[in-house]
Each structure stands twice: as C-alpha cells, then as structure tokens.
Design a protein. Structure first.
Length: 89
C-alpha cells in the first residue's frame, strides 16, 4: 500500500522577507510559471501546492513545459494594502 497517497511531492517554496507571504512553483527548471496570488488572514502552503500542481497539469495537457505557481499573502483586511504593495516589490 502506498503511504503517500494524496500527498504532494516537495516543491520549490520561497518565503518573502518583505511581508508575510510565499511563492510556490511546481515544475523546477521550467522556462515560465503561471498561477494565482491569494490574500487572506492565513493562506496555507498545502493548498497553494495543489493549486500550482493543477496549473502544471493544465499546461501539460497542451504539451507545454510551464510550471504552475501559487502565492499566498497572509494579512488581515486592515493590513491588506501594505502587504500587497510589499509583495509586489
């Protein structure tokens, strides 16, 4: 029996120093990456990994070697503007 069923493999994880945020890419060595950036009180990396993986599969269906990506910005509503600006720097 496979004990890793339902788990994703390790993917590149970049923790930002400018704000409480991170970026995950799924396909190491790809020329490009596409995906979403989400902002909420607490974005969990596990969910972001799955979003990045699904984007990679979408590109693979079209024969493209493009990585999926997903980013999370952890900020309450009152701190959202500053966190989003810091993420974009």
């Amino acid at each position: 029996m496979n004990s890793t069923l339902g788990q994703t493999c390790t993917v590149p994880f970049l923790k930002l120093s400018t704000t409480d945020a991170f970026v995950i890419t799924d396909l190491e060595g790809a020329d490009a990456a596409t995906g979403v950036v989400r902002r909420a009180k607490k974005i969990l990396p596990d969910g972001a990994k799955l979003l990045a993986r699904s984007a990679s599969y979408g590109w693979a269906v079209h024969g493209k070697r493009i990585s999926g990506a997903s980013a999370g910005i952890n900020a309450d509503d009152d701190a959202a503007s500053g966190a989003v600006v810091a993420f974009g720097v």
